[in-house]
Design a binder for this molecule. Sequence first.
Ligand SMILES: NC(=O)c1ccc[n+]([C@@H]2O[C@H](COP(=O)([O-])OP(=O)(O)OC[C@H]3O[C@@H](n4cnc5c(N)ncnc54)[C@H](O)[C@@H]3O)[C@@H](O)[C@H]2O)c1
Length: 247
Amino acid sequence: MINFADKTFFITGAGGGIARATALLVARHGARLALADIALEALETLRQEILQDTPSAQVSLHRLDVSDAQACRASVAACVEFHGSIDHLVHSAGIYPEKRVADMTEAQWRTLMAINLDGTFHICQAVIAHLREGSSIVNLASLAAQRGSYAHAHYAAAKGAVISFSRSLALELAPKTRVNAVSPGIIATPMTRELLASKGPALLQSTPLGRLGTAEEVAGSIAFLCSPLAAFITGETLQVNGGLYIN
Ligand SMILES: NC(=O)c1ccc[n+]([C@@H]2O[C@H](COP(=O)([O-])OP(=O)(O)OC[C@H]3O[C@@H](n4cnc5c(N)ncnc54)[C@H](O)[C@@H]3O)[C@@H](O)[C@H]2O)c1
């Protein structure tokens, strides 16, 4: 049931851990890829990796700052020109800066919201007109939305809003397009390197499955939600956290 032949995935934050694993996975199942990130170099490296892994893959690269609505529209238009249409949006771009509320400046709050929340609105809005029948959107939320996260209140607030936004968009885009969120726990990627260095052992102790998650495991959940296996699932938030938070 996981066959993405002739399906185009537009993946943001593609230079990062979770999106990279997703791109590699869906390419193996036949997907065409539009890879977008603010860091173009990481995308070039990923394209080489994908082509080594899946030589037949069709890949386009897009330098994109998701906080810029016009840039989102331009990247989506370039993707459609190259691939013809969009079937799945996986929106994984995001930042995770540490700052306690008492010390946070207005500018730090705004920057986080511009990327993690406004970016979600911009890229989802930009793809809507190009989505095909049977399409889907998966937005990356976070355990922080449900549990809170010390010194990351702005991040947690934005991710809570991403979940609410995804639910509402699911209502607007049904039945043509399904919209879901994946809410990872602690996953070993560049984003969590500092967190794991300082709090890794404590986090492992409170995780029932007793280990960190991998980017590949989150990618598997994303691929599932985009596939026909999840054809009756929309407006859902899938927790991928090893039991660290049980809803
Ligand atoms: N790793 C985890 O434990 C974890 C946990 C919960 C949620 N998440 C969420 O999953 C998503 C992916 O996380 P990851 O661990 O792969 O992170 P990562 O840091 O490895 O990747 C994030 C990517 O987003 C890109 N990016 C940053 N700002 C951007 C912008 N303005 N426009 C476009 N791209 C931009 C970065 O260049 C990077 O390649 C994020 O939304 C993150 O909040 C991750």
